[in-house]
Design a binder for this molecule. Structure first.
Ligand SMILES: [Zn+2]
Length: 464
């Protein structure tokens, strides 16, 4: 296996691990985890689905620098890994802050993992990970012959976002100092952002401005998705689009790609001219580190929420709503931002859309002519339809959603990030209302960490 392997953990599992691995007695503790996977050409990401703490009572030894427990305790988990095609990850703590694998670890991993590979009997990676007292992690895969390969990245997705890499200049995770000593907006931030990738779904009125910011912030890779072409009516709101683009009917993703290349900061771009509800495109989004949803379709937002849960990705949803009366008079102007984390509240549980809208949007995708007819009969909703001059509002919301991402990576705010799961900008009142993270969504909870499934996301239209 020569590909790069990473590990992603959501915050609810991370908190269980931290609590069990550091019980307060200064001795090592251990846990096993079952993981789904996301596989692409360039990497496999292990996605933590279930944590199984090794009970302290069954350990035959627990010291400050070593731990052992009866290997039979693993039997059921190995059976499940084999039956359900899941990877196994062993976690243990180094309470003395030893920042590498010890020789005891080497011997123990080289003994344990070949057996796991033989019993699971699938060509899939399994890994061993150490949790340190400051909350950071490092790890390695252990192959069928007991060979070690460092994990390229371990990241935690929750109210805060943390990425740990071997030999990183510094950690993105800050366990102290809310609002203080932040590397945000400095050189360290740029050095780290170039290692991240973001999928921007919707590259029109709001999305094109999000793309502009992410490119200039120096993100390493942008994955752009939009099914439409530039038209004259879009020219008042898509940055970098020209009259000639509209005449030529150029793809919106192509306009964004051209602009990013012209800036010359070296951002890699992968563009997809197509609808999100497409196997290849869902796989491309799942391969990002961050998702920005700049769409007004309930179906697309539902799919992005599924991707977020199933592939453990942070999802930033931004929307601009202009309500117009039947005579065309505008009576409501506001912008909303949702932050969605896996195993948290969802757009569905926050009533950001209704299931009936998802069905209607699916119809719209399948039958655009019928949708257009209905839209003309109704009010205008969404940022990217045939609206007048909304670029100033779009720019405000696009800036806020990018700042939202930076706040979660770098804790730029004085209050903890879970206070800001939802924001509504009301230009009529000159107010930003915020709401804290709510109860986990029961509908999306079972999807957490499932990774690649067949059909993809359990949606028949995404089958191979
Ligand atoms: Zn160790």
């Amino acid at each position: 296996m020569s590909y790069v392997v990473s590990l992603t953990v959501c915050d609810s599992h991370y908190n269980v691990l931290k609590q069990h691995l550091f019980p307060g007695d200064g001795k090592e503790a251990a846990a096993m985890a079952l993981c789904g996977r996301q596989s692409s050409l360039d990497r496999t990401r292990l996605l933590l689905r279930e944590v199984h703490p090794v009970p302290y009572a069954i350990c035959t030894r627990r010291e400050t620098d070593s731990i052992s427990w009866p290997v039979e305790w693993l039997d059921d988990l190995v059976d499940r890994a084999a039956a359900e095609d899941l990877s196994l990850v062993k976690f243990h703590s180094h309470p003395i802050d030893y920042r590498q694998f010890s020789s005891v670890d080497d011997r123990s991993d080289a003994r344990l993992f070949p057996g796991i590979h033989a019993l699971v009997d699938r060509d899939i990676p399994h890994a061993s990970v150490v949790l340190l007292p400051d909350g950071s992690m490092f790890g390695r895969t252990v192959g069928p012959e007991g060979e070690f390969t460092p994990l390229a990245t371990i990241n935690m997705v929750g109210d805060d976002l943390a990425f740990w890499r071997p030999k990183a200049p510094r950690s993105l995770h800050h366990s102290t100092g809310v609002g203080r000593n932040t590397p945000a907006f400095g050189r360290a931030m740029s050095a780290e952002l170039c290692q991240l990738s973001a999928a921007v779904v919707g590259c029109s009125g709001t999305g094109s401005i999000v793309v502009e910011q992410l490119a200039r912030l120096g993100l390493g890779r942008l994955i752009l998705i939009d099914p439409e072409r530039v038209e004259v009516k879009n020219l008042n709101r898509i940055v970098n689009a020209t009259w000639q683009d509209a005449i030529d009917g150029r793809e919106k993703v192509e306009v964004a790609r051209r602009a990013i290349a012209a800036v010359g900061l070296g951002t890699a771009v992968e563009s997809h001219h197509g609808n999100l509800v497409d196997r290849k495109i869902v796989q491309a989004v799942a391969n990002a580190d961050l998702i920005f949803g700049c769409v007004d379709s309930a179906e697309a937002r539902d799919v992005l929420n599924r991707i977020s849960s199933q592939y453990l990705l942070p999802y930033f949803d931004v929307g601009v709503r202009i309500g117009a009366l039947p005579d065309g008079t505008i009576d409501q102007i506001d912008g909303v931002i949702h932050y969605v984390k896996p195993a948290g509240a969802s757009l569905l549980s926050r009533s950001a859309y209704r299931p009936s809208q998802v069905a209607a949007d699916a119809l719209r995708r399948a039958n655009p002519a019928l949708y257009d007819e209905r839209r003309r009969e109704k009010y205008i909703e969404g940022a990217d339809e045939e609206m007048p001059a909304v670029i100033s509002l779009n720019m405000t919301m696009a800036s806020l959603v990018v700042n939202e991402c930076l706040a979660r990576l770098y804790r730029t705010r004085n209050q903890p990030n879970h206070h800001y799961a939802f924001q509504r900008v009301n230009l009529a009142e000159m107010e930003i209302e915020t709401e804290p993270e709510g109860a986990p969504c029961p509908a999306f909870r079972p999807l957490v960490g499932r990774g690649d499934t067949e059909p993809l996301l359990d949606l028949p239209e995404l089958s191979a």
